[in-house]
Design a protein around this ligand. Structure first.
Ligand SMILES: Cc1cc2nc3c(=O)[nH]c(=O)nc-3n(C[C@H](O)[C@H](O)[C@H](O)COP(=O)(O)OP(=O)(O)OC[C@H]3O[C@@H](n4cnc5c(N)ncnc54)[C@H](O)[C@@H]3O)c2cc1C
Length: 381
């Protein structure tokens, strides 16, 4: 068993860290306060090859393996302070580009995947509805066949990227009686008659990642824009959830790494009772626990990414990775604030933003409770 990174992965990590520090960190505090998405940052990442990294070269990608993708997303999370931007990019990659790459026709890949790799088009994944969140397949949006088209009716909520999206991957039921076997996915273009994007939704964290509701009223979609076969929505969702639960929080592991470095530096420098606070075991042990959580998260991420690459990842492994990494990101942010004392609570210190950003990790891509349900089921409970 060889756990070392390759020469290419090490040099890519350094290059990405330099890029993020140089090009992605302008005005993050102000943009977070103003809920402002950075299209400039999105395009810079695309130019750097981030959005295309794991996708085939013929669609503008680099064909990198998933461990390399994990290493690169972690490096971005370490060096880029705009985690809303990284979340928005990761969400598109794992939940829109990935199903397109796996289930799309050649025409769909040329029309949608390629411009997403190059950063010209932005995609949004539309599954959640006001009445169905954790019970994702309890959705009520319908798609009715009409000649060469489908007519979609319903509404979606909490849709990341919706305010800036060009393409919406919408899940709808084509056969109510068939339950989850009757769910089908469609690619709906911005500007389609009957498609309406709601006002941006304000959030606790990840404020630079735009989110809104999406409404479909007699929205006509060409049958050629159906992604996969009729009734294949559940299969498509399960495949993208494996990517999502494994990789969506890789940037958060980078944040843990940065927090540990900041805590060590602060604990060595800050003196109370005539000595550096790092000399108090209570403070040192808190940072030790942060380090153990970071290392465990990293191992889970790399292992799950490696299994996913081989087509051997189980639902339990994906759920364990999502659960452990998201809870660890949150705990690490709380610990980093505690180590910095009152200063940690200020906006200037910037750990408070990491804490707000990390709370979302327990909710999106299935809540922590839903991940535990999956693990329990896999254990035969
Ligand atoms: C930052 C962010 C980005 C998002 N982006 C998208 C997106 O791009 N596209 C999209 O489609 N959705 C998106 N979502 C929605 C997300 O997938 C849902 O919020 C999530 O699935 C939970 O659904 P819900 O909010 O309806 O909560 P509910 O399902 O109503 O759950 C409420 C509470 O009950 C618990 N609960 C529910 N069922 C069970 C159960 N069986 N066992 C134990 N506990 C249970 C939950 O864990 C939770 O604590 C996003 C959410 C967030 C926070």
């Amino acid at each position: 068993m060889d756990f070392s990174l390759t020469e290419d992965q090490i040099s890519m990590r350094s290059e990405v860290i330099r890029f993020a520090r140089r090009e992605l960190n302008d005005d993050v505090v102000a943009r977070d306060a103003a809920n402002e998405f950075s299209l400039k940052g999105w395009r810079r990442c695309a130019k750097m090859g981030i959005q295309g990294l794991p996708f085939p070269r013929e669609y503008g990608g680099s064909g990198a393996d998933l461990v390399t993708l994990a290493v690169v997303m972690q490096a971005l999370g370490y060096a880029c302070a705009d985690h809303g931007l990284l979340f928005a990019i990761a969400a598109q990659m794992v939940s829109v580009q990935m199903p397109l790459a796996q289930f799309g026709t050649e025409e769909q890949k040329a029309r949608y995947l390629q411009p997403m790799c190059s950063g010209e088009r932005i995609g949004a994944f539309c599954l959640s509805e006001p009445g169905s969140g954790s019970d994702a397949f309890g959705l009520s949006t319908t798609a009715t066949r009409n000649g060469d088209c489908y007519v979609l009716n319903g509404s979606k909520t909490f849709i990341t990227n919706a305010p800036v999206a060009d393409v919406f991957l919408v899940f709808a039921t084509t056969d109510k009686g068939a339950g989850f076997m009757g769910i089908t996915a469609f690619l709906v273009e911005k500007g389609s008659a009957g498609l309406m994007v709601g006002k941006p939704i304000g959030k606790l964290g990840l404020r630079t990642s735009p989110m809104s509701e999406v409404f479909l009223h007699e929205c006509v979609v060409p049958a050629a824009n159906r992604l996969g076969r009729v009734g294949m929505g559940q299969r498509l969702f399960t495949a993208s959830m494996q990517w999502e639960r494994t990789l969506i929080l890789a940037f958060g592991i980078g944040a843990m790494e940065r927090q540990i470095e900041a805590c060590v530096a602060y604990a060595r420098e800050r003196k109370q009772f005539g000595q550096p606070i790092g000399g108090f075991q209570a403070v040192a042990n808190r940072i030790v626990d942060m380090q153990v959580r970071f290392e465990t998260s990293r191992l889970l991420l790399y292992h799950a990414a490696w299994l996913l690459q081989q087509g051997r990842l189980s639902d339990m492994e994906a759920a364990m990775t999502k659960l452990y990494v998201s809870e660890s990101c949150l705990q690490s942010s709380l610990d980093a604030i505690q180590v910095h004392g009152g200063y940690g609570y200020t906006t200037e210190c910037q750990v408070e933003r990491s804490l707000r950003d990390a709370v979302g990790g327990r909710l999106y891509s299935g809540t922590s409770e839903i991940q535990r349900n999956t693990i329990a089921r896999s254990l035969g409970l």
